[in-house]
Ligand binder design. Sequence first.
Ligand SMILES: [Zn+2]
Length: 384
Amino acid sequence: MAPEITFFPVGNGDMTLIKLESGRTILIDTNIREPGDGVRDVAKDLRGELKKDEGGRPYVDVMVLSHPDEDHCRGLEAEFHLGALSDYCDDATPKKIVIREMWSSPLIFRRASKTHKLSADAKAWNREAKRRVELFRENGIGADGDRVLVLGEDKDGKTDDLGDVLVKEGETIRAVCGVRQNNFRALLLAPLLADDDEEDEVLSKNESSVIVNYAIGAGNNPDAVKFLSGGDAEVAIWERQWARHKDNPAPLEYNLLSTPHHCSWRSLSSDSWSDLRRKAKVNPDARAALSQALPGATIVASSNVIKDDDVDPPCIRAKEEYDAIARDARGEFWNTSTYLSEDNQQPLKFEVSEGGLKRVKKRADPATTAASSAGLGKQPLMHG
Ligand SMILES: [Zn+2]
């Protein structure tokens, strides 16, 4: 099959599904809110994209959690099966989604729990990841439903005994559920292990997130699309990415970028948007890290509608930067909350071919033709 990448409209939050050429699926984050009143039933959309196993259970091959904020794991307990597969409830309607392999970062959990209280969904994810890690420690690599990869080495030797399931910063994942994929690589760029407590403190306060550059290949082109996904990582994190990769920025290059932190100004600047407005200055290193756009690159803001006001995220000034980056690459900028239109939000889906990324065109249903023919889907670039 042709690989696909789908951004579900979840407001200020993330929920993105990658389908590989092999048919394997990778879900990045989830923000499933109560549907109705302008909120789309994205759980239904997601189930519509997933295959079922021999037991009739819908599943994702991989779910990766960028970081444990509620807008990245909301709906986990309600919609996903957690615990041993032998405890799966067949009577539930709709059936819960099985996560065959979790990609989780205890380092990010440790940093997040220093700065704020974790939600019930976040705690549930952590519990399930720990269950799987414990199983690995006892019995080695488990079967689907018990699998886990741990992203990022933690301090004080906490992750030293994790051998085959530990992925260190700078390493590349090539297998999904233990099966090597032809047209897939996932390069882990963050979290970074801090050299000392002071540095750890800085990284904690800057929304440490898993940052991955996914190479999604098709046919004879293993690099058809590079998709840079960085959760809510903020300015200090991107500064460090630039320091690390400026001599050879290839690890940061992308054909598709999900704007970090829902098009937040805080990923591009240390200045407060609401206090300084137009006087706020861009951090050149963070911007450089986020502007390694390959020709024709697509930039997607998974956020609320971007307006010219004090709100952040999403921030109009951040959008202007991403517009400029997209324009320089002769690319495009999209906002999940205005696709197809603000009143008719639809999943934003791209297909990957040997030639690169292409949006799957949605035909508007007759009831909404008026709204979508107004061309509100793609947010126009700010200038020419
Ligand atoms: Zn977020």
